[in-house]
Design a protein around this ligand. Structure first.
Ligand code: ZN
Length: 307
């Protein structure tokens, strides 16, 4: 299911597509979990796509119940298109662009749509430990550029720069999120929580990482960026830097600015696409839709949270 296919669907076809994705192994009641005895309610009395759980809780449900789509007034076709766009865009898509592309009435609903899909992409708590060669790097995003018109900026505040850490398995998964600072306690804590003891750690020569090698079987290797050393044999932080390059291009190019409150959502989005990069756009989209299950109640309204 790619974007051009989805855009041609009627609302009924879009609903059937969602049901096929969500219930690939048969219809499941989102209220009680029963996998049998459901009937689709027919006739003019009922909205289309309403099911009834006959053998279990006797409640009615649709394919959006229990997902980030529940309670939305947007057509399912728009949801599927939005999932498809966000799952395919390497550098992200702004809410404004999505509003234009989907012809949405308000910026606010486009913004909500984006954040709900980011939430669907998130894996909370981050599952499984990273292993093998794990490259760790930290960066700062946001704030104003240090250079303007090719010269160092002289005037004005620099804005709030926010620290982000990325832990990247060589050729594998990434885990990335905002951190309070880049002290040894914070960075070592991040590595300790998410990397298996059998791994080896590769970083630059930042002092905060010093001594981390004794916790890991594969030890700790460094490259010295200050001496313009970016790779030495098998040692580098290249993949972590590639991840950050995408995230930064997204933040400055697509989103223009990102507040501290929402930064973790953008990290989730970019991590999701990175972790699913070896699959097709269509498969990446379907997986995000499946991941949106069970997230209805966990979803905290980003506007309310931002206060
Ligand atoms: Zn039920």
């Amino acid at each position: 299911m790619n974007l051009s296919q989805v855009s041609k669907l009627s609302e009924d076809q879009a609903r059937e597509t969602l049901e096929r994705i969500r219930w690939a192994n048969g219809v499941v009641c989102p209220h009680c979990g029963r996998v049998d005895g459901h009937t689709k309610l027919q006739g003019k009395k009922h909205r289309s796509g309403v099911w009834k759980c006959n053998s279990g809780c006797a409640k009615q449900f649709t394919a959006t119940v229990g997902t980030v789509m529940e309670g939305s007034h947007l057509p399912i076709r728009i949801w599927l298109m939005a999932f498809s766009i966000l799952c395919s865009a390497k550098k992200g898509v702004s809410a404004l662009q999505l509003q234009r592309q989907l012809g949405l009435g308000s910026y606010r609903s486009a913004w909500h749509l984006c954040h709900r899909i980011r939430f669907a992409m998130s894996r909370n708590p981050l599952k499984g430990m990273l292993d093998g060669v794990v490259m760790v790097d930290e960066t700062f995003v946001g704030g104003k550029p240090r250079y303007e018109h090719g010269k160092p900026r002289k005037k004005g505040p620099s804005g709030k720069r926010m620290a982000v850490v990325a832990l990247v398995e060589r050729g594998g998964r990434v885990k990335s999120w905002p951190i309070a600072d880049v002290t040894a306690a914070t960075l070592k804590g991040a590595i300790d929580d998410h990397v298996a003891r059998s791994a080896s750690i590769q970083t630059d020569t930042l002092m905060s990482y010093k001594g981390i090698g004794k916790w890991f079987k594969g030890g700790h290797q460094t490259v010295n960026h200050a001496k313009r050393e970016y790779a030495r044999g098998d040692v580098s932080t290249n993949e972590a830097e590639s991840y950050f390059a995408l995230l930064k291009r997204g933040i400055t190019g697509s989103f223009h600015s990102v507040s501290k409150v929402h930064l973790h959502r953008y990290c989730d989005e970019f991590s999701y696409r990175w972790n699913e990069r070896k699959t097709t756009d269509a498969a990446r989209t379907e997986k995000a839709i499946i991941l949106s299950e069970g997230k209805r109640l966990m979803y905290a309204d980003p506007i309310r949270k931002a206060g």
